[in-house]
Design a protein around this ligand. Structure first.
Ligand SMILES: Nc1ncnc2c1ncn2[C@@H]1O[C@H](COP(=O)(O)OP(=O)(O)OP(=O)(O)O)[C@@H](O)[C@H]1O
Length: 201
């Protein structure tokens, strides 16, 4: 479904990774590595946001470098450091998503909002939300987007206990869905989430 071929990222004499030829199957794939090993960089390359130094990435037969317009709607990357939406409310942002992600599942999005306890925050600007709530907003959009490839950096960071349990359940369900891949980046394998594959950096 997604794959990389001979992927490398380097600058000056510093090689972050090289020769990565990996297949990303449906279900949950973990990108595992210590600090500063290139997890976020790999996610950005998989999202088509960053050009690799060498090699290429492909999702459902479309290459990020050759077909950027068709590639972008197939991929959703959560970026907890993104500030461009700070003045936007989750409701307003969610209303724009079907334009980019026509396969967005509104029922799933509504259920995640409710179960993550986001309902009281839906009309507030994102900058007013806690780090955990902002992360839940991004994760809800990502998981409901219907994107063929969903990329989530440190999905459990800043989440409260009940939200961690809910996310585990949602990722379990996700791993049983045919046709969608979710790549999560973290230091350790998450408990209770069946993994389709692991990429070690
Ligand atoms: N082209 C580049 N030029 C200079 N530095 C770069 C370049 N690309 C990546 N880096 C740096 O490489 C480092 C590691 O990258 P990255 O953030 O992807 O690792 P990570 O495994 O996600 O780290 P962490 O777990 O600490 O968040 C970062 O400090 C990043 O700024």
């Amino acid at each position: 479904m997604s794959q990389t071929r001979h992927l490398s990222h380097a600058w000056g004499n510093h090689v972050l990774f090289e020769g990565l030829s990996i297949a990303i199957p449906a279900g949950v794939t973990l990108v595992q590595g210590d600090e500063q090993t290139g997890k976020t960089t790999l996610l950005r390359i998989l999202a088509g946001e960053l050009a690799p130094s060498g090699g290429w990435v492909e999702t459902q037969g479309q290459r990020a470098d050759k077909q950027p317009e068709t590639y972008a709607p197939m991929v959703f990357r959560t970026d907890p450091l993104h500030t461009a939406l700070d003045q936007t409310s989750p409701s307003a942002w969610f209303n724009t998503l079907p334009d980019c992600y026509p396969l967005l599942n509104p029922g799933m999005l509504g259920a995640l909002v409710k179960d993550f306890g986001l309902s009281p925050h839906m009309d507030k600007p994102l900058y007013m939300l806690s780090a955990g709530s902002r992360r839940k907003v991004w994760i809800s959009a990502a998981l409901a987007s219907g994107a063929a490839l969903t990329l989530i950096d440190q999905p459990f960071a800043a989440l409260d206990g009940p939200s961690m349990r809910l996310l585990r359940e949602v990722l379990q369900d996700f791993s049983e869905q045919a046709g969608r891949a979710c790549v999560i980046a973290d230091y350790e394998a998450p408990e209770g989430v069946p993994l389709a594959s692991t990429i070690h950096l």
